[in-house]
Design a protein around this ligand. Sequence first.
Ligand code: NAP
Length: 294
Amino acid sequence: MAPQLLDGRKAAEAWRKEIFDQVQAMIAAGHRPPALTAVRIGEDPASALYVKNKMKAAQSVGFHFDELTLPADVSQQQAEDAIRGLNDDPLVDGYILQLPIPDHLDLESLILSFSARKDADGFHPLNIGRLFREHPEAILPATPQGILRLLDHYHIEVEGKHCVVVGRSFIVGKPMAMLLQRKKGRPGNATVTLTHSRTPDIARFTRQADILIVAVGRPHWLDGEMIKEGSVIIDVGIHRVQSARGPRWTGDVDFASAAPKARWITPVPGGIGPMTVASLLWNVLLIARRRRGL
Ligand code: NAP
């Protein structure tokens, strides 16, 4: 059977429409629209592009958007003070810190200066603890939340399935594994295997997956030999590579060999990327609703 595409662009468009409608309802009820600030440190061109894309997405759903740019040589104290300024600013609902940050800064301390209530990426330990405890007010990390939404959009059942996650980053792999096995939320109740670079004979696990989530950060790392016939393949990776026809985007999965065996598969680009951005907007909407007592 030909694989079906999990079209992240379409699913994200539907999600953004839902967010837009809720923003309109919020404004009609006399409230300010949600306000998102992106904090960027230094002049990394990729970070500038990511922030620009988030700005466009935020404005497309009717949010107010600001960018706070700090110089590459900002001190730890100055960066933390800038974040505390956002914590105290009543007009800012949520903010994100665009990664990576310069090496001289301590990310852990910066995150501790976040207000957990405005932490739109769900990085603060309180939000991670709440995710772990399945607290309803946890702000969930954007990419894993976007993946769950994509599965849900295509009515792919997760409960009772064996999900294998490759990669254990704090942004993707670990929270993904935690969310897939959650008891109360939906989608959830999967049996999860979390694998990483020290997992021996990793294909032994990937071949058992009903749903395989690959967040390894290596182009074409997974091929068709490593997957089970009829499985669902989620490719989180995003890489700009050179090809005979010039530069192009590709993922952690070798689409050409994996797609013929898969039942469902995400394309790159157009899979998890748009869902991650929509997921961030969703978090800001939830924060804004909470702050307005809605
Ligand atoms: P990361 O922090 O570099 O983590 C990569 C993980 O993969 C690590 O846990 C690492 O294991 C594991 N790994 C590396 N090589 C491996 C191998 N040969 N076999 C098995 N496991 C291996 O990356 P990340 O932040 O999770 O991101 C992963 C990819 O997703 C990147 O391409 C990133 O650009 C992309 N991404 C895309 C989006 C989006 O919106 N589309 C969002 C976030 C990330 P160890 O822990 O043992 O080192």
